[in-house]
Design a protein around this ligand. Structure first.
Ligand code: SPD
Length: 357
């Protein structure tokens, strides 16, 4: 009898251990049952109330993680440790991820709210039929500055950031394409340039900016600029809009030489487990009321024309963040330059960062 009890005890402990192990493995892979949705998004890039609302409307539990660059996001998705159901890369990264089989086709028949996207943001070269990606936010790269702290500089050109008056008074956003792109643009080259001599020239020019660079920062750039910790910064337009909400003294410009026009779109990674939930989430975010709330919260420019109509004219009519045709003509979209050149851009950026130390 004792032996039977002991045998049952051993079986019980083994079964319990196995259940615990499977649960643990599922959790660390971002999966804890059919009713979860694992989202991988940029930091500060969604109104958290909308996640709660999505959960209560659908009964789907959201697991939410953030990244701070396309490069970090792609590396993590490629490693495959976590099964993400949703991510939000930028255009050149979408092209790269599609080429590498990291994202899967999206079923438009499950997205009735796709009708609210302005056709200008559909069918772009990085995903001509939007088979793999659905517009989320878009914007430009430019300079935010505090007129009270810049010693009379009226910002028009990238070169203004190199002014002696700005010694140790400039923040840069932590992005390889943005910083190298600024170096290239300031010399009159394309921000998709792959000519090695031009890239080295850009790196040299950037090294001359070093005395002015106070720090290279992530999302905290918003708090720092609103708190007047520097006179000027290289930023994404949506961050500028948020900073200017907090501190009305500041202004944002896109330099005359040109800059970047970018698009962040929602994708479904190939490793997704909750494909139906992913479509429900995309359709939810496309709802005009939801997209308007998200735009108000995040501060970035929405591609959803029906959401735009719900927003205050102060937001939708602001040409700094919804640029007219004349400005748009001076902007360039990042291309997927191929794995070797993209990693060369990253190396150049690292070299620039090292030079600062
Ligand atoms: N804090 C949210 C940042 C999102 C910025 N995406 C812009 C990418 C441009 N390549």
């Amino acid at each position: 009898m004792k032996q039977i009890v002991r045998m049952f005890l051993v079986i019980f402990i083994v079964c319990f251990g196995l259940i615990y192990l499977v649960n643990y493995m599922n959790k660390s892979a971002g999966y804890s049952g059919d009713n979860t949705l694992t989202i991988y998004n940029w930091g500060d890039y969604i109104d958290p109330d909308l996640i709660t609302r999505f959960e209560s409307e659908t009964g789907i539990k959201v697991i939410y993680q953030t990244f701070d660059s396309n490069e970090a996001m792609m590396t993590k998705i490629k490693q495959g440790g976590t099964s993400y159901d949703i991510s939000i890369p930028s255009e050149y990264a979408i092209d790269k991820m599609r080429a590498e089989g990291l994202i899967q086709p999206i079923d438009h028949s499950k997205l009735p709210n796709l009708q609210y996207i302005d056709p200008r943001f559909l069918g772009l070269s990085f995903d001509p039929n939007n088979d793999y990606s659905i517009p989320y936010f878009w914007g430009t790269v430019g300079i935010i500055y505090n007129p009270n702290l810049v010693g009379g500089i009226t910002f028009e050109s990238w070169d203004d950031l190199w002014s002696e008056e700005l010694s140790n008074n400039v923040f840069l956003l932590d992005g390889a394409r943005e910083v190298i792109g600024m170096g290239l643009n300031s010399l009159g080259y394309s921000l998709n340039d792959t000519n090695e001599a031009h890239l080295q020239e850009a790196l040299k020019k950037l090294s001359q900016l070093t005395p002015n660079v106070k720090a290279i920062v992530g999302d905290e750039i918003k708090m720092l600029m609103a708190g007047e910790e520097a006179a000027a910064a290289l930023v994404w337009s949506g961050d500028a809009s948020e900073i200017m909400d907090d501190n009305e003294e500041l202004d944002y410009i896109v330099p005359n030489e040109g800059s970047n026009l970018w698009f962040d779109n929602i994708v479904i990674p190939s490793t997704a487990r909750n494909i139906d939930g992913a479509h429900q989430f995309i359709n939810f975010m496309l709802d005009p009321e939801v997209a308007a709330l998200n735009t108000e919260y995040v501060g970035y420019s929405t591609p959803n024309y029906a959401a735009l109509e719900l927003l205050d004219e102060e937001i939708s009519g602001d040409e700094r963040f919804y640029p007219d045709e004349e400005l748009t003509a001076r902007l360039e979209v990042y291309k997927n330059l191929g794995p070797r050149m993209l990693s060369h851009y990253n190396d150049l950026f690292l070299e620039f960062k090292m030079h600062r130390k």
